[in-house]
Write a protein that binds this ligand. Structure first.
Ligand code: GUN
Ligand code: ZN
Length: 442
């Protein structure tokens, strides 16, 4: 690694066990020995070098300590991972996380819509945004694709809170102009378009922020509103699109009634021009092969939300079928349908869903999907998701074990996959030592 003494660099060196991915480790059993597993990059007891918030290199700690112009933080004995990337989560819904109920449509009416109405109040929106982004960091999540509410103030406050913490965040005003309470319903399409364009102008591409055209789901948008969303996607470069698709069987049936001309639920979005490489669609449980190929052809991704799918009783995602068709899959908490912001618990739920389907999810595939895989799906692999040189230093520092059972299990692990799999299964946010966002400790 070369140093550049003429630069007034902010130089930081973090020591610990570095684990990240250089490629998709794929399905199939873990290979013996970390070096043998494709995609995995395991660098135990290394220094990770950060300059001006970006990763510039790494070296084994045994090769010596960094020079005096590096601020060194010794996390040896800890696991250093790229910050998790939550590709689908609702900021106002930490107010309703863990609500007892039935399935999706009742859950929305009973808990979610009433909670989201409170975000019309700027004070609620401001406090809610702060609480939410701090909660993300508290769980080692340093980047997220987020639904706020229909209220412009909720978008403003969310972006402002993320910007203040230097986080990578993708979000946008939720669009709903039918089948929602009056207090959450957009007015005419022209007015909603003007509000959206103003928010895009203010926030899209500012620092680490990007705007997502945010169609809640096909049920709550008129065809005219969907067409407006498609226009924005067509006209403004670099926008993301986020929505829900094929989550719940009653929802799928309702969409079929509302859009009889569409071949499928996914086709509703395709017809509106909403599918593309920056489209993030949560769930995708009740898709068919044609839908999966459409995702692959357009580059759109499914944000798999295992905790939510189990909690709301939505169904078991056929993840391998999506990838076999060439579609991308990222990982999401979907709080508050999901019951946790912990990625360990989320990945553990993903493991259990695949186990019920007769498929085994390795620790490598799980962690890849939560980091580099999500970054690649979002077209942000140059910035987040790995310890590649040039990436932002979004780093989570984890205890390998917390509590007597996990410590006991950790000590007995014979090889790396066994150790990391047990960590995913037994750890949660209480294992987090600290988190760095673009090299700043938060
Ligand atoms: N479909 C439409 N809105 C929502 C939501 O808020 N959560 C989930 N899980 N699904 C949805
Ligand atoms: Zn959701």
């Amino acid at each position: 690694m070369t140093l550049s003494p003429q630069r007034p660099a902010h130089r930081l060196a973090l020591r610990g066990d570095l684990l990240d991915f250089i490629a998709d480790p794929g399905w199939g059993p873990p290979q013996p020995g970390p070096g043998a597993h494709p995609g995995l990059r395991w660098r135990p007891d290394h220094w990770l070098f950060v300059e001006d918030g970006r990763i510039v290199g790494a070296q084994p700690a045994a090769a010596g300590a960094p020079g005096p112009d590096w601020r060194c933080v010794d996390h040896s004995g800890h696991l250093l991972l790229p910050g998790f990337i939550d590709t689908h989560v609702h900021s106002p819904q930490i107010d309703v996380i863990a609500s007892y109920g039935t399935e999706l449509l009742d859950w929305l009416n009973t808990y979610t819509f009433p909670a989201e109405q409170r975000f019309a109040d700027p004070a609620v929106a401001e406090a809610g945004a702060r609480t939410f982004v701090d909660a993300l960091l508290h769980h080692g999540i340093t980047a997220a694709v987020v639904f706020p509410t229909v209220h412009a103030v909720s978008v403003e406050q969310l972006f402002a809170a993320a910007e203040a913490r230097g986080m990578r965040l993708v979000a946008g005003k939720v669009l709903m102009d039918r089948h929602a309470p009056a207090a959450l319903s957009d007015g005419d399409v022209a007015g909603t378009e003007a509000i959206s364009r103003a928010l895009i102008g203010r926030w899209h591409g500012r620092g680490r922020l990007a705007y997502a055209v945010t169609v809640r789901f096909a049920v709550t948008s008129t065809p005219q509103q969907l067409a407006m969303a498609g226009r924005l996607m067509h006209e403004i470069p670099g926008l993301y699109m986020q929505t829900h698709v094929a989550e719940n069987r009653d929802e799928v049936a309702w969409v079929a009634e509302l859009f009889p001309e569409a071949r499928s639920y996914l086709d509703v979005y395709h017809r509106a021009g909403l599918l593309g490489p920056r489209a993030v669609l949560a769930h995708g449980i009740w898709l068919d092969d044609t839908d999966r190929r459409l995702l692959a052809d357009t580059g759109a991704q499914i944000a798999h939300s295992p905790s939510s799918n189990l909690f709301l009783g939505s169904g078991l995602l056929d993840w391998p079928a999506l990838e076999a068709a060439g579609a991308r899959v990222s990982m999401a908490t979907d709080v508050g349908g999901g019951t946790t912001l912990s990625f360990q618990r989320t990945l553990s739920d993903a493991y259990k869903i695949q186990a019920l389907r007769g498929v085994r999810l390795t620790a490598w595939k799980a962690l890849y999907t939560a980091t580099r895989g999500a970054a690649e799906a979002l077209q942000l692999a140059g910035e987040i998701g790995s310890f590649d040189v040039g990436c932002c230093a979004d780093v989570a520092v984890w205890h390998w074990a917390a509590g007597p059972v996990a410590s006991h299990r950790d000590a007995l692990a014979r090889e790396l996959h066994e150790r990391v799999f047990a960590w995913i299964t037994l750890a949660d946010e209480r294992n987090l030592e600290t988190v760095y966002v673009a090299g700043q400790q938060r």
